[in-house]
Design a binder for this molecule. Structure first.
Ligand code: PAF
Length: 290
């Protein structure tokens, strides 16, 4: 068990820092900083972002902070997996330079009431914006706070959270922040399931069914010349429901701006996005189909 009482620890080659001031002292002389924000329960998807950052920057900072303001559902927050010791081992093995591990008090010194509202606009009205009210405001707020703390040159995000990437880019533009956003491809298990911290919450039976999400997404890529989106969407809602899933949405959208498309349109960059509950766990995934 790691002793977190000190503000900054030096473990093998990785600093663990809990305070913003300590972090800023540590990073002051650095000329290129890459930043990977996470909520922990790290998997190969996160590590691929660390590796990408390491290949492009002098210093790589990872944060682990389970952000209460982005959970619109208290049970979801309470059940979010916490695996800090294993996470630290993975970060050390990946040669991460700094782990920023703040407390709730450090990130929200004035509490979580009356938090600022970000003008996310259209992106907050569709898909996860619609189904998880307040979620993207909480994401915008914490990423803004983390960027102010770390002051990175490059920010690394996973494309599995497709809408989140667009929301964070909007927040960065709104706040006029000087940081380059690098989006990295989704990593998948061998059966196609997108790697996610939430997968650990699936029962053995549910885990065996979960790759159906990927099969669903692939079928849109394979069949978009031969059938309508609406027909495929209805078939998959039925198939997933019969297999114990509770789909929230299967949506076709313009990959540049998430404008909803009612039918396939090859003149646009298209992405299919899905959110579904399985075994009480909310899973999301997406696939670019052209
Ligand atoms: O994708 C996540 O893990 C979180 O939404 C993020 C970006 C770390 C903000 O809390």
């Amino acid at each position: 068990m790691v002793d977190f009482d000190l503000a900054a620890l030096y473990l093998t080659d990785m600093f663990i820092v809990k305070k913003i001031l300590e972090l800023q002292n540590l990073l002051r002389q650095k000329t290129s900083i890459g930043f990977v924000p996470t909520m922990g329960a790290l998997h190969e998807g996160h590590i691929s972002l660390i590796e990408k950052s390491k290949s492009e920057n002098e210093t790589t900072v990872c944060s682990i902070f389970i952000n209460p303001t982005q959970f619109n559902n208290l049970t979801d927050l309470e059940k979010y997996p916490v695996t800090i010791d294993a996470d630290i081992e993975k970060l050390i093995a990946a040669k991460t330079d700094v782990l920023f591990l703040p407390s709730v008090e450090e990130m929200y010194p004035h509490g979580m009431e009356n938090i600022p509202i970000y003008d996310i606009g259209y992106l907050d009205t569709v898909l996860d914006g619609k189904f998880r009210p307040g979620h993207f405001n909480g994401v915008s707020l914490i990423v803004h706070k983390l960027l102010n703390a770390v002051k990175p040159h490059k920010l690394y995000l996973g494309e599995k959270d497709f809408q989140q990437c667009l929301v964070i880019k909007r927040m960065i533009a709104l706040q006029n922040l000087q940081v380059e956003v690098i989006t990295c491809p989704t990593l998948r298990e061998t059966d196609g399931l997108a790697k996610s911290s939430r997968n650990t919450r699936l029962s053995i039976e549910a885990r065996a069914k979960a790759p159906l999400i990927y099969n669903c997404l692939l079928s849109f890529k394979d069949s978009f010349n031969t059938t309508t989106f609406h027909q495929l969407q209805q078939n998959w809602i039925q198939k997933l429901t019969q297999n114990g899933f509770e789909p929230e949405y299967i949506i076709l959208a313009n990959a540049d701006n998430l404008d909803i498309l009612t039918e396939f349109d090859e003149s646009k960059k298209m992405v299919v996005l899905i959110a579904t509950f399985l075994d009480g766990v909310r899973l999301i995934d997406n696939y670019r189909i052209n």
